[in-house]
Design a protein around this ligand. Sequence first.
Ligand SMILES: Nc1ncnc2c1ncn2[C@@H]1O[C@H](COP(=O)(O)OP(=O)(O)OP(=O)(O)O)[C@@H](O)[C@H]1O
Length: 245
Amino acid sequence: MTATVAAEDGAILSVRDVYKVYGGVRALNGLSLEVARGEVHCVVGPNGAGKSTFFKTLIGVETPTSGKVFYRGRDVTRMPAFRRARLGLSVKFQNISAFGELTALQNLFVPLRRNHRKADIPDRAAAVLARVGLAGLEHQEVRRLSHGQQQWLSIGLSIAAEPDLLLLDEPAAGLSAEETTKTASLIRELNRQGMTIIVIEHDMGFIRSLKARTSVLHYGRLFAQGEFDEIAANEDVRRIYLGTA
Ligand SMILES: Nc1ncnc2c1ncn2[C@@H]1O[C@H](COP(=O)(O)OP(=O)(O)OP(=O)(O)O)[C@@H](O)[C@H]1O
């Protein structure tokens, strides 16, 4: 249906005037935001700004009350999550999504089975592990990996199907300083290899290390947008983080 297809205009994702109302609360209050193909785009905001609700409307577990979400030029506003995934939109949730009793390599067999011949899967799985910095840990049981290593494996599971757009929900939550630095490098490297990545994050410290284009949400709307340094220097953004706006 041509009416539901918008020109892509370089934007891989376009959110247009989205509202999400829960009872009397406008979790999203006319949010419009675009993410260009090939960028790392960070979405930040103080508690209750609407980040989680935004994330849920992108992946398809919540439907906006009104407004539209376009992914690769297609209207996906009401498309279920599994169909968005088939179009190349992949998600890494905060919680670890791997099986603890299986090895790192075995965990990758599940997502790779969909698109690859059985004989190719072990090599493919090893290549994904290398991409996320886990070479040498192929045969380690996941429950014996560190928290950071488990998080990187989760990213590996999310990129196994070669998505166009990767959504990361608070990827640095619970990580040590060293693991956080490594996670930022991993995100930048995946981006250099061509993946568009959206990072939803509460912690400005982590976003600082990504040095990416950043959107600030506040009361369910786009409050500010720019390169991280501009955002960090913005007095109004500082005020909302301190809770005085
Ligand atoms: N299912 C729901 N029912 C009622 N209100 C909700 C629901 N989900 C979110 N809200 C409200 O919508 C607003 C935005 O919440 P949301 O969780 O999206 O913000 P957030 O930016 O992710 O916050 P945080 O950083 O604290 O996780 C908040 O006022 C929240 O209480």
